[in-house]
Design a protein. Sequence first.
Length: 294
Amino acid sequence: MEKIYAGTAGWSYKDWIGSFYPKGQSKDFDMLEFYSAYFNCIEVNSTYYTYVNPKIVEGWINKVEDREDFIFTIKLHQDFTHKKNYTKDQIKSVQYNLEILQKAERLGGLLLQFPYSFKLDKENANHVKNLLEIFSGYDKFVEVKHNSWFIERFFEFIMRSRSSLCAIDQPVLGEAIEFNPVCAGDNLYIRFHGRNKKAWVKSINNFGKSQSYEQQSERYDYFYSPGELTEIEQKVKEVLDAVKKVFVIFNNHPHGDAVANALELLNMLIGRPKVNIPDTTLKAYPRLSKISLN
C-alpha cells in the first residue's frame, strides 16, 4: 500500500453527487475532505487552466490534514505544454505552489501532458528538455501521446532527468501510443481515459467548436469492466517491483465512473482486501459490494 497511489483526475464534479458525494449536503460539506477519506491521491487538473492562488493550495493541505499519506499531483498549465509560451512570472507561480506542497510533504509530482499533435522532432525534444530543467527540483511525469516518442533513447533521457514516463489508456487512433506501462524512471504514472472510441472520434471532429460540459466530457464516458481491470492489473504488476511508486489515476469521470473503477483497481493492486466505499457508491455501483468493508 505504501507504494500504490490511487485516485481520480479532479474531484469537484456535480454529477458525482448521488454516486459518490452524498445528496443533501450541509453548507460545511467539503468535497476534497470527503474524497480524502477513500483515496490517498488526487490529480489536480485546475492548474492546467489557471494559475492557482497559493492560499487555495494551503487550503487543500488543511482539508486533508487527517490523512498523513495523502498527496497531490499537479497538472502543469497548458501555457507550458500546449501553447509553448510562458513567462518567468508564470514559472515562479507554478514553482511557488509546488514548494508549498513539497514542504508540507504533500507533493506527489508534476504532470506534463502534451497533446497528440506533439510529435518527436528536434524542436519538441528541446522543449521537453527545457521544461524538465525548469522544474528539476520535483518528481515529474511526462505524458506524450504520439508513438514517435516510444523509443529507447527517449526513455533513457526521461530516466536521467528525475522524471518518469506516464502510461495512458485511451482509444488507439491514428499513431497514438497503446497502453503499455514502461519502467522509465523511479515511478510509474498511469492515466485512464476510458475506451469510448466512438465518442473520442466525435470529439476530435468537434475540436475547436463550442460545446457544453456534457459534450466535452462524452469521450470520457466509459466504465471499465472487471475483465478489463484484470487485464490492466496484470500489466501493472509486471513492472510493479521495478518502481518506487505507482500512481493510478482515472479520468473517466462522467457520473462517478472514475471513483468506482479507481476503488476496484486499488483493491486488485493491494492484494484484494476489503476497501472503504461510501454507501452512495455502493448503491450506484452494486458490483463493488464484493470488495466493500461495509
